[in-house]
Ligand binder design. Sequence first.
Ligand code: 4AD
Ligand code: MG
Length: 426
Amino acid sequence: MKDYYVKDLKEKVGEEIDLKGWVYRKRRHGKLVFVVVRDSTGTVQTSIKKQNVPVESFEAAKVVDIEASIHVKGIVKEDARAPDGIEVECTEFLIISPSPDFPIQEDTSSEALLDIRHLTLRTTKARNIMQVKNGVIQAARDYFEEKGFNEVFPPIMVGVAGEGGGTLFSFDYFGQKAFLSQTAQLHLEASIFMFENVYSLTPSFRAEKSRTRRHLTEFGHIEAEMAWCDEECNEKIEEELVVYICNKIGEKYSDELRYFKQDPAYYHDMEPKFERITYDEAISIIQGKGLNIEFGSDLGYDEEKVLTEDFEYPFFVKNFPKDIKSFYMKQKGDRAICADLEAPGGYGEIIGGSQREDNLDMIIERLQKEGEDIKNYEWYLDLRRYGSVPHSGFGLGIERLVRWMLKLEHIRDACLFPRTPARIYP
Ligand code: 4AD
Ligand code: MG
């Protein structure tokens, strides 16, 4: 590993340094070559003057390719003309490994960039997105840690559908049918009897052929489950978590936010007082915007787009009709005790949460209605048979959150290696 990085060079003016990284840009003016060096923390301009370096160094700088890995030695100089106010005057320039014809150009199309995602990860845009995503994950863990939650690692290979049979990826598990987990929820529910308040960060899988800007077949899922917690308590935790994450990103990643033309103050100053509207109110807002949606329908991509476009902050939509929601949600009359958190500006759902049904017979009835084999759910039903408690929980889609925060065109930009119906490569 390196002892210091590009970001540390500002503190080293006048010192002799060693820098390893990759060629970001290059220009030549006769006996002078400028190479902008990139590492994980930023870029810095280096100048290679023919009279200051060994012959081999100057020859190497002349021919070096974009994205070749290099090792330069030199002195850090203040230079008002350089982007960061410093420049490295080289005393030696070495190519570690060449990079002939690096395939990313200014005009490479977005599909072509996805085909070479393993190389696209080196771009400033990808780096900044992944930096914020890392910040989101760290902040979420910090929030749960401060609140006394325990992190658990639920299984990815499972025997039951947590979110309905329609979107399950199945595979053969030694002769038995198994699935990739759509949600950790059912296993988190079991874990509250040990820890009361638990959370997990897992990939979740949905075999959905939806080709929208917000659907992935594999996504990062932050899920939490709390014992002795009703719907208000659940919404409070969701709201606090999202605001905690936004505040941290606004504070720590202002450069990255500005790169995406986002105001860090919006995130930094956000407060946990999100608006709550009902499903019925949501339907009338959507109808008022001229969309043809009937009472009792679920909200899809287009509906949420118009619903959220005029809001300034995230908001909850509560009390969906029970028939369009999952089997495990607690019911009140014809409604489910649930809330989705919607991101404003047309982005739509980022969290789905609910209070869980505690009545054993109602869960069984619901599962049977959905054509599920009760045998597979016996373990889950045991949670209601032995010391059941009121409890609630939710799931936050990490890429959905990052997409909204950075206003990304497509959710796949928020993935290291996106998985969509049309893409499993690279
Ligand atoms: O609303 P969902 O389906 O809820 C659940 O899975 C619950 N069992 C979670 C829980 O209560 N523990 O999914 C939760 C969130 C959504 O709000 C969305 O942000 C994200 O997961 N999500 C997706 N993100 C990207 N691509 C998809 N196909 C997604 N499906 C859900
Ligand atoms: Mg949902």
